[in-house]
Design a protein around this ligand. Structure first.
Ligand code: SF4
Ligand code: F3S
Length: 112
């Protein structure tokens, strides 16, 4: 029952989440992070740390596509445990609908 990073992380990528995870299970794409579902211990510590409210427990409804995306990209993106500055325009993207379709990038981020 892992936690899942969802749409509002895209282009916000605040990275507050990586600093609190006790098992370092965040993985970095070019403009969002994902959680490795097999590594997450479901502690819930990261959820309230995200300024974009992008982290959800997978017990919430309608998260199937995000669970699949987290599982897929956690296998190919680099691990990240150290917070860096968010994008300069992060606030402008916070809450924008349709970011998966318009702005998701499958490219890896830089990792630690
Ligand atoms: Fe890490 Fe806990 Fe968040 Fe899972 S719920 S990603 S273990 S901080
Ligand atoms: Fe994304 Fe929130 Fe972490 S915006 S990078 S899930 S703090």
């Amino acid at each position: 029952m892992p936690y899942v990073v969802t749409e509002n992380c895209i282009k916000c990528k605040y990275m507050d989440c990586v600093e609190v995870c006790p098992v370092d299970c965040f993985y970095e794409g070019a403009n969002m992070l994902v959680i490795h579902p097999d590594e997450c211990i479901d502690c819930g510590v990261c959820e309230p740390e995200c300024p974009a409210e992008a982290i959800k427990p997978d017990t919430e409804p309608d998260l199937e596509k995000w669970m699949a995306l987290n599982a897929e990209y956690a296998q190919v993106w680099p691990n990240v445990t150290v917070k860096r500055d968010p994008p300069a325009d992060a606030k402008e993207w916070d809450g924008k609908p349709g970011k998966l379709e318009t702005s998701f990038s499958p490219e890896p981020g830089q990792g630690d």
